[in-house]
Design a protein around this ligand. Structure first.
Ligand code: AMP
Length: 548
């Protein structure tokens, strides 16, 4: 017997219509590429998203055709999120920090038909447009009078001209909720990038889940600042969850330095902000250097890379901001786990609570996870045993766009498919997962594993250290030994010996790195994560002092 409830597909257009009707006067504030602050409401956003849908119809784009963006977090980008997906096309957010060759490659692979870009990226578009054969329309996200005269980009039109004058009402099409809504290519550290292709259903379910109290706890009372880019896994789904709860949205545009982010937080009374550790490092640096405090910010979600304990402590103890450690990946829309305590943990001593908060957290309903050993058998949830982390759920990929890379899933004994995350983790009896490392970054020393994340976390807890990255280097007896590359804070001093001594008592003796290499900068990838492949290349002639 089937249930007798209404069968209404979960579509992204429902989110924008809902927020228009129920929270239409909610504010959206954006710092623009021009540098000024733009303000309008969810109602204005909905009207302009409908104009985007009309513009795409006028371009004769078919259902599922791809529309690409090269854009910062801002109101026009948000309108494209809704106008493109809502009208049945697929939004392809391209990471502008990728190499131009990679951008051309993925625009061709995705067969993008329209490409909308912020003027910051005009030089990039000028460099790649001739190689993007499928793109028939280039749209600059600017006012008509800001459109560059001799851009060299054929048929370039300003966004305001493109959508201006079109009707602000639109009959959103109703279709299968499993239809594709948006796509995002993985950073692709090896081989060509592969795309996760999200659906209306997966995006809507993820939007509900992300807003839950034990996840991001979003509500209509919040003022939310996603510093995490809209070109990287849909800014962790915040643009969708924000419409679902009707919160105020604040977009940083291109200005992600500590001063600009701080000013926006204070001016717009931001209560909740989301970003990767490298961005928060800049924000904390600005606060510390200028003796500033937050007046409204009460929590922040940090993910994308392991959040160092020193950062969690600084936010909590010095600024009264709760840090929620999150873990996920492009293939998971992206949220998988979030670290919030359970009722029984509230009476634990502060250090024990901190130890829990450092973990990547508990699975969100909708995500099932397990750790397995080399033989594929599930391992114990004892907080000590580590293994390869596998996940399954309705917002996790089952295959990549165009079947690239074949079937990525690992089958269990029942034939159920699990996605291998490439992360190595432990899970404790309460279900708190902790990432030990990326499987390819873990250091194998004398048959034992050393977590590069642990080594980095200790280094950045030293007051003179701004950033640290740990890699394994060849050792004839132990196979690999860890060394740590360190960037010092401006004006701060620490010697190799002092830093090695700092490790004593904080980790097992055999896990202490064999050497410290001071560097000017640590290479970061397109999503702000440490690029260990590049660091290994840079240090390829390095020899351990004990072997030199
Ligand atoms: P991406 O798909 O580019 O977002 O990368 C996903 C990968 O980032 C994960 O598989 C992890 O290796 C890493 N990652 C994300 N969040 C965290 C976190 N909180 N702690 C440690 N690693 C993380």
């Amino acid at each position: 017997m089937l249930g007798l409830m209404q069968d209404r597909p979960l579509l992204i257009s429902n989110l924008i219509e809902f927020v228009d009707r129920h929270n239409g006067d909610g504010e959206i504030v954006s710092r623009r590429v021009e540098g000024d602050i733009h303000r309008y409401t969810w109602r204005d956003c909905a009207a302009r998203a409908r104009q985007v849908a009309h513009a795409l119809d006028a371009e004769k784009l078919a259902f599922s055709d791809r529309v690409a963006t090269l854009a910062w977090n801002g109101y026009r980008h948000l309108e494209l999120y809704y106008g493109v997906s809502g009208s049945g096309r697929v939004l392809h957010t391209i990471n502008p920090r990728l190499h131009p060759d990679q951008i051309a490659w993925i625009a061709n692979h995705a067969e993008d038909q329209v490409l909308c870009f912020d003027l910051t990226f005009l030089p990039l578009v000028q460099a790649v447009h001739a190689r993007c054969g499928t793109v028939k329309k280039w749209v600059a996200l600017c006012d008509a009078d800001k459109l560059p005269a001799d851009s060299g980009v054929p048929g370039l039109v300003s966004y305001e001209d493109w959508i201006g004058g079109r009707p602000t009402s639109y009959d959103w099409p109703v279709f299968d909720e499993n239809s594709a809504s948006s796509m995002c290519y993985t950073s692709g550290t090896t081989g060509n990038p592969k795309a996760a292709l999200y659906s209306h259903r997966s995006t809507t379910l993820h939007a509900y889940a992300a807003a839950l109290p034990d996840v991001m706890c979003l509500s209509a009372r919040d003022s939310v600042l996603p510093v995490v880019p809209m070109f990287h896994v849909n800014a962790w789904g915040i643009p969708y969850s924000a419409a679902l709860v009707g919160c105020k949205l604040v977009f940083p545009g291109p200005a992600m330095d500590g001063k600009s982010v701080y000013e926006l937080i204070e001016a717009e009374k931001v209560t909740f902000a989301a970003g990767v550790p490298t961005v928060w490092q800049m924000l904390l640096g600005h606060l510390q250097a200028n003796g500033l405090k937050f007046n409204t910010l009460n929590r922040t979600v940090i993910g994308g890379s392991a959040c160092p304990p020193a950062m969690i402590n600084a936010f909590r103890d010095q600024y009264g901001v709760d840090v929620l450690h999150a873990w996920g990946m492009t293939e998971m829309s992206p949220l998988g786990t979030l670290c919030t305590l359970k009722n029984k943990h509230l009476s634990l001593p502060a250090e024990e609570q901190l130890a829990l908060r450092l973990k990547q957290g508990r699975a969100i309903f909708g995500v099932d996870m397990k750790i397995v050993g080399g033989d594929g058998k599930e391992l114990a949830w004892d907080g000590k045993t580590y293994g390869d982390l596998l996940v399954k759920g309705p917002w996790i990929v089952k295959e990549y766009f165009k079947g690239e890379g074949g079937d990525p899933l690992v089958r269990d004994e029942k034939g159920d498919g699990w996605f291998p995350t490439g992360d190595v983790a432990t899970i404790d009896a309460d279900g708190f997962m902790q990432i030990t490392d990326r499987s390819k970054d873990v250091i194998k020393s004398g048959g034992e594993w050393i977590s590069s994340i642990d080594i980095e976390n200790i280094a950045v807890a030293h007051p003179a250290v701004a950033m640290a990255a740990c890699i394994g280097v060849f050792h004839p007896k132990w196979d690999e030994r860890p060394i740590v590359a360190v960037v010092k804070k401006p004006g701060a001093e620490v010697t190799r010996e002092e830093l090695l001594k700092f490790y004593e008592g904080k980790t097992a003796k055999w896990q202490i790195p064999d050497d410290v290499v001071f560097v000017e900068a640590i290479p970061l990838g397109a999503t702000g994560k440490i690029l260990k492949t590049r660091l290994r290349e840079l240090l390829k002639d390095y020899k351990l002092p004990s072997l030199a």
